[in-house]
Design a protein around this ligand. Structure first.
Ligand code: DWN
Length: 391
């Protein structure tokens, strides 16, 4: 059997389904299987993308200094190294990457209407659509092909990867490159960061898995680099298979070797991962219950989509975490999906009587801990990655 289930995280609501009023909340069963033929993991029950990515999507890519810096550096690198004459971004969110490119030669595709409006207003032609082969043909007709196609934290959100990669092949110029970034399956396994798994992520990619998938569509990975962002991501650099000018870099071979050495291709690694996930739940509940027994006030820092998986899988409600603070205006004044923990602004929530702050946005630990140095002086941070502990 090439596809085997290894993890069941139970009934879950939409990870970004923060609500002002609790009604008609949608739940689905969140479980994942390992495909030993393709060498990647896939969600068993995938929801239609339009349910999640709509005109009220709450996640802003520019919500942290870390990501603003990350996309600026990435844009400068691609501009200087590859000198593209034209750029297409798939999943441009609030324009945090695209704003570093020329408006005349750069276009965007974004399914969430609230964000498509932002980049359109910034002066970038933005197609308010999902990425499909049909759209790629329309784009080639209207603009010709593109030298650089970029997509961050988007490809792993798309259920139909065959259509996605055929569409990329259609729109990529013969000497062009397609660069995409997504969380790394290897880093998730090594860090037991199971909260990367939720409705918006039907896939978690290994380099080996992507290499297999892309080959079937006339595309080839020529380099890979590890990124620290979003808890450990891979930047995948792709060219057309027919392009013999660009040579394979050592980064690709290193990643394939490392993944194989660390067991990413063995089902046993996924069974071990699922045991660590159960242990993580046990330890997190133990610590939170101990804090509750000793009358400590615990809050969450960052109402990340990831926290929806943790809170609903572990059964963490307001009795264990009083509220969440988040700097996203659209999330403030809502309650969290499923467990209905209130979300407030940092100004309202970072008050004197807090004892412990659970790092929901643990992927920004450095930025957050530095920023809150003074406030957190006599308080403690609690994290569950790579294992549950107070820091
Ligand atoms: O792929 C996805 C990733 C890239 O972004 C999406 N499917 C959804 C989203 O996932 P997430 O919500 O888990 O991402 P973040 O970036 O880890 O979310 C961090 C949250 O914490 C945001 O709501 C912003 C907030 N935050 C804050 O309140 N103060 C973040 C920082 C750094 C802060 O200082």
């Amino acid at each position: 059997m090439p596809v085997k289930r290894f993890l069941d995280l139970g009934k879950q609501p939409l990870a970004n389904g923060f609500m002002r009023e609790v009604k008609n909340e949608l739940f689905y069963n969140l479980s994942y299987s390992f495909d030993s033929k393709l060498k990647l993991i896939k969600m068993d029950e995938i929801l239609p993308p339009a349910i999640m990515f709509n005109d009220n999507y709450v996640y802003h890519s520019s919500g942290s200094q870390t990501m603003r810096d990350h996309f600026k550096v990435a844009a400068e690198l691609f501009r200087d190294k590859y000198k593209p004459n034209s750029v297409l971004e798939i999943g441009s969110n609030d324009g945090v990457f695209i704003k570093h490119f020329d408006k005349q030669t750069t276009i965007a595709v974004e399914p969430c209407g609230n964000f498509a409006e932002i980049t359109n207003n910034m002066g970038y032609t933005t197609y308010h659509r999902f990425w499909t082969k049909e759209l790629s043909r329309e784009i080639v007709k209207n603009h010709d092909k593109f030298d650089l196609i970029f997509s961050a934290n988007c490809i792993c959100h798309i259920p139909d990867l065959d259509d996605t990669f055929e569409a990329i092949h259609e729109v990529l110029s013969d000497n062009g490159i397609f660069v995409f970034e997504d969380p790394s399956l290897l880093r998730m396994i090594l860090r037991s960061s199971y909260d990367q798994l939720y409705d918006e992520h039907p896939w978690m990619f290994s380099v080996a898995g992507l290499s297999n998938l892309l080959k079937g569509h006339g595309l080839e990975i020529f380099d890979v680099s590890s990124l620290d962002v979003h808890g450990g991501s891979n930047r995948i650099l792709v060219k057309k298979a027919s392009n013999r000018e660009i040579k394979t870099e050592i980064g690709l071979l290193n990643h394939l070797f490392m993944e194989d050495e660390l067991g990413i291709n063995d089902f046993e690694s996924y069974i071990m991962f699922s045991k660590k996930v159960e242990e993580s739940r046990f330890q997190l509940l133990r610590v939170l219950n101990e804090l509750k027994s000793s009358d400590k006030k615990v809050i969450g820092y960052g109402a990340a989509a990831k926290t929806t998986t943790i809170f609903n899988y572990c059964g963490i409600d307001r009795s264990l975490i009083s509220y969440l603070v988040d700097n996203t205006i659209d999330k403030q004044g809502t309650v969290s999906p499923g467990m209905h923990i209130p979300v407030v602004s940092p100004e309202e929530g970072l008050i004197a009587d807090v004892d412990v702050m659970f790092l929901g946005a643990w992927n920004f630990t450095k930025e957050i801990v530095e920023k809150e140095q003074v406030y957190a002086k006599n308080k403690r941070w609690l994290t569950h990655v790579p294992f549950v502990r107070c820091i």
